[in-house]
Every structure is written in C-alpha cells, then in structure tokens.
Design a protein around this ligand. Structure first.
Ligand SMILES: [Zn+2]
Length: 82
C-alpha cells in the first residue's frame, strides 16, 4: 500500500512535468506591446461644421452632429425623421 501511494505521487509529478513541458514557453507579459490607438477620426457637424472626434459625435440622418439639437435641426430642415 505504501508503494502504491509512492507510485501515485510519482505519476502525479511526472504528469505535472509533462504538462509544463508540453506547453509553449510562456511569453513575458509585455512581449507584445498593445496596438497603438487608432488616430482619432475627426468629423464635422453637418449643421454647423464644427470639427469633433468621431467618438463624441452624434450619428444621425445624413451625417454626424455635435449635439442633439443640431441633429434635430438638420433633420427638420432635410425632410424630418419620417
Ligand atoms: Zn453643430
């Protein structure tokens, strides 16, 4: 019974070693630098022409806008939401 336990422990050790060896070498955490942030896409408000980053723009009918008010005004001038 004692040898059985020893065998199990040895099997476990070899198993763990085998698993470690099978794995590809771990990369250091910062081996691959994160992709550089994409350049900010600038868009201009269809109503007033203000330039603003795309992230901050409001997409709307016919283009992007700097504010909900301009989007509404533009949509009213250009046929409305219907
Ligand atoms: Zn605007």
């Amino acid at each position: 019974m004692k040898y059985l336990l020893l065998l199990i422990v040895l099997a476990l050790v070899f198993f763990l070693l085998g698993v470690k060896r099978a794995r590809p070498p771990a990369r250091p955490p910062q081996a691959r630098p994160p992709a550089p942030p994409a350049p900010q896409n600038m868009v201009s408000c269809m109503q007033c022409g203000l330039h603003l980053p795309r992230d901050e723009s409001l997409p709307g009918r016919g283009g992007v806008f700097c504010s909900a008010g301009h989007r509404q005004a533009y949509e009213l001038e250009h046929g409305g939401p219907t």
